[in-house]
Design a protein around this ligand. Sequence first.
Ligand code: UT7
Length: 329
Amino acid sequence: MTLRKTVIRGTGFAVPSNIVTNDDLSKTVDTSDEWIRTRTGIEERRIAPPETGNSDLAIEAARKALDRAGLSAEDIDLIIVSTITPDMVSPATACLVQNALGAKHAATFDLEAACSGFIYALSVARQYIATGEYNHVLVVASEVLSRITDWSDRSTCVLFGDGAGAAVLSGTDEGESDFVSFFLGGNGKYADILNMPAGGSRKPASHETVDAREHTMKMNGPEVFKAAVMKMNHSMRQVLTRAGLQSSDVDIVIPHQANLRIIESLRKYLDLPEDKVYVNLQKYGNTSAASIAIALAELVESGRLVRGQLVGMCTFGGGLTWAACLLRY
Ligand code: UT7
């Protein structure tokens, strides 16, 4: 069976206009701009207003991606939304996006792999396109992390932000654009170092869970930090080995935007110059699944990423999960 090539035909992103700076946070928790900048690299983040749901950001990003792809919503065969902050548990946010866009021929589902969700979703979309099952797949990664953030916990509330990124993937028989390799991983043994304990079927919402702030993210920062560096480095090496390439062959690497110190360690392990590693966390903080999707769309929009270039993306997150891919853009 001949596999079809996949091109990322259009990208888009959406972030709330409301900016919350480190100084703003230092008025509500015991922190400082200096601590947040030096320990994380983050300077500000976008926080959605109360009336904005995940699907609102997802829809805005998706519309831009469709527009740039030159396709109409009716052309889309499948919509995958990757998120840990869906509008609601059911229906899937992908259904809400489908309805708003008028993508009436599209199948719909959500995919949850925390911060690894965008690359996981790209890999799924790519399978459908490569086999010829679908021709156009819309992948959206969207998060409103501010709704599951404990704003009284300084060790987590300074890290996260809201936003969405989208990509339209299409089958192609022309040109050199295609995914070159993927690597996905996970280890549920570490489920408890980054999780949201309540709100699922094991611990549904109750007065007790609300009082104990169990509907917000809990994280062992230093443990996640160590795993992040190790797993992103391992994942990038896997996709390079699978493709028979070296890190020097890559034009730009988009790492998950969690912490500048994690990104710097990764850059050194991979022996990459600074200008080959894209960083935008100073503006948005960690937007989980949306982080790489936003960065990809920004790179395309700014003209820094052009057709024919080799892009590496790598990530890690709750689960734990991790993933990487190489894309000939
Ligand atoms: O997408 C995946 C999600 N997660 C991540 O990627 C996060 C990975 N982890 C990290 O980025 C880092 O571990 C953090 C930024 C979360 C924390 O940095 P750290 O250098 O690992 O700090 P730490 O947790 O070891 O804490 C060091 C000190 C502690 O004080 P003591 O015990 O030394 O007195 C903390 O209480 O810093 C304190 N601290 C803060 N101080 C001021 C923790 N958060 C803050 C804060 N402001 N916001």
